[in-house]
Design a protein around this ligand. Structure first.
Ligand SMILES: Nc1ncnc2c1ncn2[C@@H]1O[C@H](COP(=O)(O)OP(=O)(O)OP(=O)(O)O)[C@@H](O)[C@H]1O
Ligand SMILES: [Mg+2]
Length: 246
């Protein structure tokens, strides 16, 4: 599945004069593995969220698999796109398996969930957690899992509807080297073995040059580099960080 943005401008509220994304043009092809990079506040999360209609488009357009995102097409498109939120976005009080099941709420009607989630979905949620080594923790409160384990729950939630596109916003943040590698390896495997289109926001340039094939670097809501994952630190040295004083 492809993602295409043409002259995309977004602002969080109409009263906000300054657009957060400013004329984004990009095309991500079916099966690509793309790293979305940039300094804090550059607009990475905003861009990722706008792909699933969570941020209002001011001007320009977004197309998923040639379908223009509109309020009418959004529900159908969302079924094909799995999103892993920055920080996980999980309900900590719920068991891990329930968080995974929340990922299929959009695809079920009220009747189907009246007596709880259907067995087919519960089995699939358990299978996903088991695949990520969380079989014994499936019924544990999510807040009681480690950061790395929670990140895997967030991936399982994004995967339960078998999406064709996976958008992951800093899925390795706060993880130790091994856990971060495991998480990025899961994404790489989904790309390699299932041909999934994967867009991942990363801050680790080493990881970005190892796994994804293409890097898109954002600066102040604009794309300043789009190409191979080579010499990424060079690209970063040209960005202007905000001034910080102590
Ligand atoms: N809900 C919001 N309302 C208004 N402005 C927002 C909102 N969320 C983010 N912004 C602003 O949009 C800009 C881009 O934010 P965004 O979260 O997309 O950055 P980011 O590149 O993901 O940064 P980080 O690396 O810190 O996660 C920032 O200037 C931020 O202050
Ligand atoms: Mg962000």
């Amino acid at each position: 599945m492809t993602i295409e943005c043409n002259q995309l401008e977004t602002a969080y509220s109409p009263s906000l004069n300054r657009p957060i994304l400013n004329g984004i043009d990009c095309k991500i092809k079916q099966g690509e593995f793309v790293a979305l990079l940039g300094l804090n506040g550059a607009g990475k999360s905003t861009l990722l969220r706008s792909f699933v209609g969570l941020i209002p488009v001011k001007t320009g357009e977004i197309r998923i698999n040639d379908t223009l995102i509109t309020p009418r097409t959004l529900r159908r498109i969302r079924r094909d796109v799995g999103l892993i939120f920055q920080g996980g976005g999980l309900v900590k009080q719920l068991p891990a398996i329930d968080n995974v099941l929340c990922g299929c709420l959009g695809g079920l009607n009220t009747w189907e969930t009246l007596w709880g989630f259907p067995k087919k979905q519960r089995d699939r949620a358990f299978e996903l957690l088991a695949n990520f080594g969380l079989k014994d923790l499936a019924y544990q409160k999510t807040g009681q899992l480690s950061g790395g384990q929670q990140q895997k729950v967030a991936i399982a939630r994004a995967l339960i509807q078998s999406p064709q596109i996976l958008l992951a916003d800093e899925p390795t943040a706060g993880l130790d080297v091994i856990a971060a590698q495991q998480v990025i390896e899961i994404l790489a495997q989904l790309h390699r073995e299932q041909g999934m289109t994967v867009v991942v926001v990363l801050h680790d340039l080493g990881m970005a040059s190892t796994y994804p094939e293409r890097a898109i670097v954002l600066d102040a809501g604009q794309i300043v580099y789009d190409g191979k994952c080579h010499n990424l630190s060079d690209k970063f040295s040209k960005l202007t960080p905000p001034k910080v004083e102590v």
